[in-house]
Ligand binder design. Structure first.
Ligand code: URA
Length: 180
């Protein structure tokens, strides 16, 4: 399941791997987490067709287990090729597995919604939307983080017209969220 979206997208989302529904349909983020991702995109004025959505691993790990390092490694060439082909300006790793592709030593709870440049691309990590489905207390955090992503994109379009805050918010969900 390679991923889908605009081939000239300036924004790319990278999730973990296909789940049951994605595996059946051959499309990323079409299950419950995908519905929520659609809503989050909508909240910042975007549709799925505007962005490119893919995953770290291209095949479904059995029973939705975490992907093994060897599986992530085996799929990395595909992801690298997607990044080189689409050349997004901003990449959003969703959750800790995708975060590790760029910043393996960081924890998602600490670096979420903090933009950093990597090989000329702005990397803006966010919690995985499934995290909010497992833990409703996180919804507000993810929604606020998405709003920051929206502000960052606006700032890229018209620099100086919008104030972008890089101040982390006060919520500390690191304990509850270690699994994401
Ligand atoms: N979760 C992911 O990480 N990727 C998908 O495509 C669907 C759910």
């Amino acid at each position: 399941m390679p991923g889908e979206g605009a081939h000239n997208a300036s924004l790319m989302f990278v999730g973990e791997g296909p789940g049951f529904n994605e595996d059946r349909q051959g499309r990323p983020f079409v299950g419950a987490a995908g519905q929520y991702l659609n809503e989050l995109l909508h909240s910042i004025g975007l549709k799925r067709e505007d962005v490119f959505i893919t995953n770290m691993v291209k095949c479904r790990p059995p029973n939705n287990r975490d992907p093994y390092p060897g599986e992530i490694n085996a799929c990395s060439g595909y992801l690298n090729a997607q990044i080189e082909t689409i050349r997004p300006a901003v990449i959003v790793p969703l959750g800790r597995h995708a975060l590790a592709r760029w910043f393996p030593r960081d924890s998602i709870s600490k670096v979420r919604a903090r933009p950093r440049t990597f090989n000329g691309i702005t990397v803006f990590p966010l919690y995985h939307p499934a995290a909010a489905l497992h833990n409703g207390a996180l919804r507000a955090t993810i929604e606020a983080d998405f709003a920051k992503l929206g502000a960052l994109l606006k700032e890229r379009e018209s620099p100086g017209a919008n104030a972008v805050s890089d101040t982390p918010d006060e919520a500390d969900n690191s304990q509850q969220l270690s699994m994401f």
